[in-house]
Design a protein around this ligand. Structure first.
Ligand SMILES: C[S@@+](CC[C@H](N)C(=O)[O-])C[C@H]1O[C@@H](n2cnc3c(N)ncnc32)[C@H](O)[C@@H]1O
Length: 263
């Protein structure tokens, strides 16, 4: 039952990663009528999105300058314009750890603001000055303003004084070069308290070549997180994914096994 449902969603979901919702829906309709379902396993979906193509050109040469340039040019095809629905769900059902929360590669930072509350101080990190500027503008009149901050920092070299109870990664893991994934896991370990929780919204779980966004699989996370002592507590399909990403997202929750022993 579950398999066939997710298969149906995947078949309907032919659009490029990061394609804005509107564009995706019309592409889906188009593909439906013309039966171009085989597109999904090729690279043509990615190539056919001008925003993603432009992003890849910009980030290709020098990633840090490339991200800055994409923010300056408004090439932000990943941006939902609102908090991620599953983050709101986790927050509202009390399933987000309290304490200090970090969102690396936070972009406009809707999720940072959504997580912030008196019991949870949220830090949004982005390497792009322009991105951080957008985040501060977006959030300037938030009633939660005392409970979050945005910092322009390179995630890989950042060394804060206080560790985190929660790190939430969405579309950051897929944005970095795949050869940086071990360093990503090492830094997650450095920044998280021993009993802290890592939540990964894994996307895009598909089969395209190139990036960003680079394709991801659960095994890609396991490969770098297991050596750091992290184990998945749960991995589930994200049924709250936005339409354009349905069937290509899983929510993973990870904790370190070390130090939890009561033997
Ligand atoms: C695909 S966007 C995702 C933004 C946000 N998570 C969202 O879902 O809207 C990736 C973001 O990571 C940022 N980024 C890339 N490399 C970074 C690094 N080394 N440290 C911090 N941020 C980085 C980029 O500037 C960009 O804003």
């Amino acid at each position: 039952m579950k398999l066939s449902l997710s298969f149906a969603l995947r078949i309907r979901n032919l659009a490029a990663p990061f394609t804005p919702l509107g564009a995706t829906l019309s592409m889906e309709n188009n593909n439906h009528h013309h039966h171009h379902h085989q597109r999904r396993t090729t690279n043509s979906g990615v190539e056919s999105s001008p925003g993603v193509q432009k992003l890849q050109q910009l980030v290709k040469t020098n990633s840090s300058a490339g991200w800055e340039e994409s923010w300056k040019q408004g090439v932000t095809p990943w941006d939902l314009g609102r908090p991620t629905p599953v983050v709101l769900h986790l927050r509202d059902t009390g399933s987000l750890p309290m304490g200090r929360a970090l969102v690396p590669g936070c972009g406009t930072g809707y999720d940072v603001v959504a997580m912030a509350c008196p019991g949870r101080y949220a830090v949004g990190l982005d390497i792009s000055e322009e991105g951080i500027k957008k985040a501060k503008q977006m959030s300037s009149s938030s009633p939660n303003a005392d409970y979050f901050t945005f910092l322009k920092e390179d995630f890989f070299s950042w060394c804060p004084t206080d560790l985190f109870d929660l790190i939430f990664d969405y579309t950051f893991f897929c944005a970095i070069e795949p050869d940086m994934r071990s360093a990503w896991a090492q830094q997650i370990q450095n920044l998280l308290k021993p009993d802290g929780e890592l939540i990964t919204l894994m996307f895009p779980m598909d089969d395209h070549a190139g990036g960003p966004p680079y394709k991801v699989a659960v095994e890609d996370y396991e490969e770098v997180l297991h050596p750091m002592g992290f184990k998945a507590i749960s991995i589930v399909d994200n049924e709250l994914a936005i339409e354009a990403r349905k069937g290509r997202e899983k929510l993973g929750r990870w904790k370190r096994a070390v130090g939890n022993s009561s033997l």
